[in-house]
Write a protein that binds this ligand. Structure first.
Ligand code: SME
Length: 169
């Protein structure tokens, strides 16, 4: 791999960091079709660029359950403390993002009905739906923070742009 990763510049804005990470992810993944490799690379480079993130990872649509008529997510590549293994579309922030196919920004997870506390240290969260080139849901990307109100529309725009470029292009 002859990609030179750029360490985020001190003082860079959040928006600039997302642009830099997106460039690095796409450079690393050039020519790599494997979905697990693509997910693992997103988790690695995003969690390194944002060291304050507490949990960063994917919950993937379980295709076996889907064929049986059940909508369920199963944990995929992640960085952080032990994650729950399975999440029904009807539960939690991840389930809401999957069922509605819209990004969920939750400034206080304790106020979110049905929030699933995989780790009690999590206080705010963002979950972005991930679709393929046919606009079919394949996963959700979940980030948790120990601080309240960590995520905003800049995170939403940055993460949605990365997920689209990596999985739907
Ligand atoms: N809090 C999530 C569950 C996943 S973990 O945070 C890793 C939810 O409510 O969907």
């Amino acid at each position: 791999m002859d990609v030179v990763l750029q360490i985020p510049v001190a003082g860079a804005s959040k928006s600039e960091i997302y642009q830099d990470v997106k460039r690095d992810i796409l450079a690393v993944l050039d020519g790599e079709p494997n979905r697990v490799a693509r997910m693992a690379t997103c988790v690695c480079l995003l969690s390194q660029a944002f060291p304050d993130w507490f949990w960063t990872g994917f919950y993937v649509v379980d295709e076996v359950k889907k064929a049986q008529g059940t909508d369920e997510l199963v944990v995929g590549p992640y960085n952080g403390t032990l994650g729950c293994l399975r999440i029904a579309f009807s539960r939690g922030v991840c389930g809401a993002a999957a069922a509605q196919q819209t990004t969920q920004i939750v400034p206080d997870v304790h106020a979110f009905p049905g929030h699933i506390a995989c780790d009690t240290r999590s206080n705010s969260e963002i979950v972005v739906p991930v679709v393929n080139a046919r606009n079919e849901l394949i996963a959700v990307f979940d980030v948790d923070s120990e601080q309240f109100g960590t995520f905003d529309e800049v995170d939403q725009a940055g993460l949605e742009a990365i997920m689209t470029a990596v999985f739907a292009a």
